[in-house]
Design a protein around this ligand. Structure first.
Ligand SMILES: [Zn+2]
Length: 303
């Protein structure tokens, strides 16, 4: 899921929607884009097929029978051994259920979603509550199969159970919704955390992978440069919020109207959630205070 398409001019080359059809994108990787285009998913979820003959499928996507049959056709005559899941947002993991039933593959990767409170806040309702993996991969754990090795990298922030998967043989990273070229990621509390997201961006700095294959959109071709740009972008946003609050206390809708200029109206709520994520982080660092006004609305001011 994405935050704000107006910011995606960070790196113009990755903004092209990838072709929907099955595409061999590297010697070991094929990509098939699911038909679930939206302002949050670009032209759809990217499902990746890794290996040959005995393959792994990364993020089978939403519950969509057309996508499922296209995937099964793509791997006809091959054995799907593993279904890898980066995180449990419904546009990534729900398709695992029918794909597992059709192939007998093991579902491996992200831990199940654990709601806090009633699980209705933020984007928590976007999680797949029926997800039940056969194997949960911990940070640094490797999943070795004939011809390839996947290393899980815990990257919470976009959501708490997010994993990226490094494909060691190709020095490539499946970056899920943590790092995408077409847009910045949405970080929606309570499950999403800006502090965790920034730490997870930092975690990828200095890693050796030279290309990222994201959950939506085309590849990120200069990942280290792009990571620096993403970190810079978030610091700028934080500075804009602090600037706006210097003029007096503000509600989140007022901050969004001021900071997200030219925002697609469909993304207003998402932008509000990302702003809340920044405010929570600033509050934890003692820089901002939230308070309920008499009207019941939440206002924020400098500490
Ligand atoms: Zn997501």
């Amino acid at each position: 899921m994405a935050d704000d398409e107006s910011e995606s001019d960070l790196f113009v080359s990755s903004r092209e929607p990838p072709p929907r059809a099955l595409t061999q994108v590297s010697p070991m990787v094929r990509r098939l884009v699911a038909p679930n285009a939206s302002p949050f998913t670009f032209n759809g979820t990217c499902t990746y097929i890794v290996g040959q003959d005995k393959v792994a499928i990364i993020d089978p996507g939403p519950d969509d029978d057309l996508h499922l049959s296209a995937l099964l056709a793509a791997v006809e005559g091959e054995q799907v051994e593993t279904i890898l899941i980066t995180h449990t947002h419904r546009d990534h993991s729900v398709g695992a259920r029918k794909l597992r039933a059709a192939t007998g593959a093991q579902v491996v990767g992200a831990a199940p979603f654990t709601p806090r409170g009633n699980g209705a806040a933020g984007l928590d309702s976007a999680h797949d509550r029926d997800y039940s993996p056969d194997t949960i991969l911990a940070d640094g754990e490797r999943w070795q199969r004939a011809g390839f090795t996947i290393e899980a990298i815990a990257t919470p922030g976009h959501c708490s159970n997010h994993l990226c998967f490094a494909l060691l043989e190709e020095n490539a990273l499946f970056s899920g919704d943590h790092v995408m070229g077409w847009s910045t990621s949405i970080v929606a509390p309570p499950d999403g955390s800006m502090r965790a997201y920034m730490d997870s961006l930092d975690k990828l700095r200095g890693r050796p992978e030279t290309i990222y294959w994201p959950g939506h959109g085309g590849p990120v071709l200069e990942p280290q440069r792009y990571l620096r740009a993403l970190i810079h972008h978030r610091r700028q946003r934080e500075a804009s919020i602090l600037n706006a609050l210097a003029a007096g206390s503000q509600t989140i809708p007022a901050l969004v109207a001021r900071i997200y200029v030219g925002l697609n109206p469909a993304l207003t709520r998402a932008a509000g959630l990302s702003t809340l994520a920044h405010l929570e982080d600033l509050a934890e660092r003692g820089m901002v205070v939230g308070e309920a006004a008499a009207s019941g609305e939440q206002r924020f001011r400098l500490a």
